[in-house]
Design a protein around this ligand. Sequence first.
Ligand code: SAH
Length: 252
Amino acid sequence: MHYFFLEGEPLVEGENRVLFERDTAHAYRVLRLRAGDEVVVADGRGTARQAVVIHSSPREVSVLPGRKLPSGEPPLRITLFQALVKGDKMDLIIRQAVELGVYRIVPFISARSIPQHADRQEEKKHLRWESKIRAAAAQCRRAFLPLLEPVRSFEAVLPEIMGVKTFVPWEEERALPLGALLKKPCPEGMAVFFLIGPEGGFEKAEVNALFRAGAEKVHLGPRILRSETAAAAVITMVQAAWGDLSGEGECD
Ligand code: SAH
């Protein structure tokens, strides 16, 4: 069943809602939705309802929300701090993270990030990434839209991670596998942060600064993963241990 986000206002049963303009043409022309068709609408904060199309035209499609659907949100809140990567790789990182249940995504600029600055396209990139989040959440039937933060400097990240269970997967770490840490009980606050470096990896000084801020250096096995693989692998591992990917996660 087709899935539309109507974020911003609570979805009330029996209260008509008009689809956002960004969805009208697709709903009317591509999906050919007409009065009486059933759809799902979600508020972006975890509530989804069944709904019926009550009016459909090239300019406006309106629906009538009905009964609530299960939210399916993991209790564990995973935040991915992702160093900026080249080109449109961030699109793939974002899509996979949303499907795997990430709670929040914080792009940041690390020493070897390309680009090295939040460029003039910043606003455009943020809007593009937000639309990738919406598309991925709709496709995987997720009523919650993970939060996307503005691009941070590396220095701004350090105070943010203090006091929260934080992992920094580092390609030069040999001693501690992430898997060993995941055998321990789920963190109290049910919040987990982790940082993934750019194509060029983390500098030792960055890893040391993160370590001083309380992050734990871990390795992800003997092979070097691309950033986009590492981000998806970590979320999968954490969700399988403590979240909703294994069914009996510690925090379920
Ligand atoms: N340029 C580096 C690889 C960077 S991979 C090299 O070729 O050695 C990008 C990011 O993915 C890394 O900064 C790290 O955060 C993560 N990563 C990839 N493979 C990893 C591994 N085996 N262990 C820990 N982290 C890894």
